[in-house]
Each structure stands twice: as C-alpha cells, then as structure tokens.
Design a protein around this ligand. Sequence first.
Ligand SMILES: *Cc1c(COP(=O)(O)O)cnc(C)c1O
Length: 407
Amino acid sequence: MTLPRHFGPFGGRYVPEMLVPALDELEAAFLAARQDPAFNKSFDELLRHYCGRPTPLYPAHNLTRHLNGCHIFLKLESLNHTGAHKITNALGQALLALRMGKTRLIAETGAGQHGLATATVAARCGLGCTVFMGEVDVARQYPNVFAMRLLGAEVVAVADGTRTLKDAVNAALKEWVQHLPSTHYVLGSALGPHPYPTIVREFQSVIGREVASQLQTLTGRKPDHLVACVGGGSNSIGLFAPFLDDREIRLYGAEAGGRGPAPGEHAARLQGRPTTGIVQGYKSYFLQDEHGQIQGTHSISAGLDYAGIGPELAWHFQQGRIQFSAISDDEALAAYQLLARLEGIIPALESAHAVALAARLAPRLPKDDLMVVNISGRGDKDLFITARALDEARWRAFLHSEVHRDQ
Ligand SMILES: *Cc1c(COP(=O)(O)O)cnc(C)c1O
C-alpha cells in the first residue's frame, strides 16, 4: 500500500535521487505506524499528557455579540505545550523517527517556532537535534535560539546565500543526505516532497476531529464555517481535513496580505492570478517573478511569511473548495487587540489573521450559523513585534534600560 502522491496536478516528489530511499522509508514507516495500536497509543497518550490535548473549543460570546453575526467558537491550539499547533506534528514525526531506528532529528526554521517544537520533542524522546537557521534569523530571533539551545539542540547558523530560511533548507537537506541512516528530517508544515504533506495533514487532523466532537457536545450540531490562517498550511488542513467531503461546510483560509499587493510586500499566493512552480521538492502555487525566481515576501507574522503553499491546499483552491482571502498587517494587528480586549486571549499574529477574516465574514452570516476559528498559537512569541508596533516608546525605553542595567 502507498499514499497518494498528488493532489490533482499538485504535490509529487521532485528531489535528488539520493533522497528517494529515505522518503520511501518514511512512507513505509508511516503506513505501518498507522496500523499499529502501540504507536497510536503512545502518540495519543503524549498528546494528552504532554501536549495538553484535547485543546478547548471555546464559545466566544463577547466576540459573537460584538460582531453581531453568526456564533463564533475558538479552537484554542494556543494552549498546546510550546504555544502552538506545531508540537503535534513534531511529536508524531519524532515517534516515527524512533520507529525507524533513527537517533537524531534535524529541522530548518525561519522565525524559530518549528525549530523550538522539534528541539522540544527531541529532548522528550531522547533524540539528538540539530536545527539549521539562517545567520540573519539567528541574530533576529534570540528568544527562540536561546530556548532551542537550553533544550539541548545544536543551532547551526547558515552563512550561505541570503542567510535566511531558504538557505537553512538547503543546508538541512545537505546534512540529511550525508547522514540518512541515523537522521530524520522533521518538516514543519503540510508541504515538501511526498509523503510529507500527507503525514503532516494526518497528524494535524486531530484538530478537526476534536472540533467535530466538541461542537457536537456543545451544540449538537456540525459547524457551518471553518476559518484558519494559512502559511504552509498545516493548521488549516488539520482543521479542514475531516470536513472536506461535507460540501455544506464552508472553508476559509486567511493569507498574509502584508503591506499591500505590490510584489515583495505580502505572502498572498492565491490572490490575483497565481502561478505554479516546482520548488523545494513539490509542485504548487508560488509567488515568483516573470523568470520563475521565487519572490521576496513580507508579513508581520513570521509563520505566514512564505512564498509557497502546501500542495493539497493549492488543489482545494483550484477546485473552489476553500476560499482564500488576504488580511493585511494592520487588520491582523487590529484583530490581535480586539481578541485581547473582548475575550482575554492574546493570539499569535498568524492566528490574528484568522480572527480578522472571521470578523469580516461573521456580520454577514445568519445568526444561527456556527463558525469555528482556529487560534493556531498564542501571542507571547510576538512580543518583539507587537510591543514595537503598538507601544514603541515604552518598549524602546525598556530595552534601553535592560541594556544598561548593572545587575
Ligand atoms: C507556523 C505557524 C503558522 C503557520 O503554519 P501553518 O503550517 O500554515 O499552520 C500559523 N500559526 C502559528 C501560531 C504558527 O506558529
């Protein structure tokens, strides 16, 4: 048995020959693990006792009243260990690595969230861990770099190219090829070469399964509308997966509209006329220039600041199954403050994009409809961005006083 390799025309596996055996080994291990009650039991137990699952489904009465439209429920992935949904996938892949007899995890990371999740599960599972990060990102992301090292991971600052995420990806792939027998490469979103998009979706679809049963318990109904932010696509496909076949349920994705529609100012890959490409091992829609070079991107949220999108989401976009909207930096910041004030919940800036989209949609929907918004992460990690954007003078004064503090 194998997993499907393509989602319509998207997906596939475009990698150097040397990586093919490792990807086949991973697929076989995943297929076997799925059928193995012992694997499922240890995954479920760690999700419950270590990660904090099931995460709450919270009826947001204040937000509902404020928007004066449909009922809004928040899926609080923000209450997972390490603060976001990413730990679920990292844990699943760490257990697969143990099953394959690997002794070490490697990962690449931009802002550090996926590196942090990987370093965390490596510590828990007794695996070595090396995280590749562009030199520029290492300098910008001190809190996550500090935490990864505290967790026992080696953080490698990559000095090639633009010294950012894509250079870290290349360095991690090179390392993987050189250490295939001992090392598993943990991919952090529902993208990359087959079988990663499917494995990540399957691990994250616990989000959607929990929502289905929690909403049933709370209301006796299924949802009418599901909203999630879309970087690579793991929290969104994880929420949507169990509901894809039910056409009565509307699915909405929020992309990073950044500072506006000019090239390089956003990461809204599915607005305007999206263009297909093959990058980092898979076929999908990518932001690119007229020569097919990957375009620079911008978003206030690091997790949405990516030129590509998972191949399964590209397919559902093409089929019209999921509707995608661009949310600007300013709208996301406004939604971030709105949720803090109304519900006492400070979301990650990524998740604030989903809140902003919900705020756009809800007032126009029937009052009896049920909407679930995925709060993919909590906002602590964004302090350096949000404090500067919303309270610059006091933030700078604080940093200044810290630098000059004697003890
Ligand atoms: C990484 C991240 C995202 C974006 O990644 P997806 O794979 O699209 O889910 C969204 N929210 C948070 C909090 C993240 O850390």
